[in-house]
Design a protein around this ligand. Structure first.
Ligand SMILES: Nc1nc2c([nH]c(=O)n2[C@H]2C[C@H](O)[C@@H](COP(=O)(O)OP(=O)(O)OP(=O)(O)O)O2)c(=O)[nH]1
Ligand SMILES: [Mg+2]
Length: 139
């Protein structure tokens, strides 16, 4: 059997904290395999772009807000059925702007404990566990 080469998506992901110690999550639009699931804002790293620049750009494009991109929380590799992702996750701080649903269906500010009430893609389990085991870097 021929081994097909699966696409590998390199993603910059933002864990955006506000001053109340809450994290911004959004719900992906319906349709497709991950449609309707909640996620941390982010998207594909462009050629030649740093992870930090990607994270700030995606958040501006998807939500229309300004953030400061801080330390890396983790980088996770995950194999989905038909593609592979690397999620490069950074702690971020909300600076300005009211989040808008430019490319998503819903937005919520939640505490780390409340993340359990939302359905995320499979790869997110380890991120959520890490966030629940550490205090907010700003709180
Ligand atoms: N932004 C974000 N993406 C996530 C998370 N968890 C997770 O598995 N992903 C996956 C879903 C997507 O395949 C990819 C994010 O890239 P994206 O939002 O630009 O991509 P997409 O797949 O909707 O776009 P496309 O390939 O159809 O153009 O990473 C997460 O918490 N946040
Ligand atoms: Mg995206």
């Amino acid at each position: 059997m021929t081994q097909a080469t699966v696409p590998h998506k390199i993603i910059g992901v933002a864990v955006i904290w506000n001053d109340a110690g809450k994290i911004l999550i959004d719900r992906r639009k319906p349709g497709g395999k991950m449609g309707g699931l909640w996620e941390f804002p982010g998207g594909k790293v462009e050629p030649g772009e740093s992870i930090e620049t990607c994270v700030a750009r995606e958040v501006q494009e998807e939500l229309g807000i300004e953030i400061a991109v801080g330390d890396s929380l983790m980088a996770i590799e995950h194999d989905y059925t038909d593609f592979k992702v690397t999620l490069n996750v950074h702690h971020c701080q909300h600076l300005s702007g009211e989040p808008q649903m430019i490319e998503c269906d819903a937005i919520e500010w939640v505490t780390p404990a409340e993340l359990d009430q939302f359905t995320f893609p499979e790869a997110n389990g380890v991120i959520i566990k890490a966030l629940q085991q550490q205090a907010s870097p700003n709180g």
